[in-house]
Write a protein of this length. Sequence first.
Length: 118
Amino acid sequence: AAAGNYKRILQLLEKWPIDKSKVGGRDLGEFLRNYINTAYKENKFETNYKYWDRQYLAIHKLVSNENKNKYRRLLSSSATGLTGEQCHEVLSNEFLEELKKEDRSFLKKLFSLKKDTE
């Protein structure tokens, strides 16, 4: 049963692509895969079936965008005024590396990005 739960969760995670712009510990899909693999290696699937059933349901909600579809956004921008695409760019490893190189504050860089796209 433990191996079945493990395989079921891994099959579900295959539907969730890893964001290449956040690899190296910053992508949630990558984190979940590592967490599940580590838990299986440490025999944690053997001890608590109900826990892993709940984890499966939670991951299923994420993978299927259940809440995104249930609670549609009315605006295309965020609290920062950036669009979803701009937020994705700002959170990428490449952007954060550039930010370190330029030695600019995060907010200054963020708002300069917003001005550049307007």
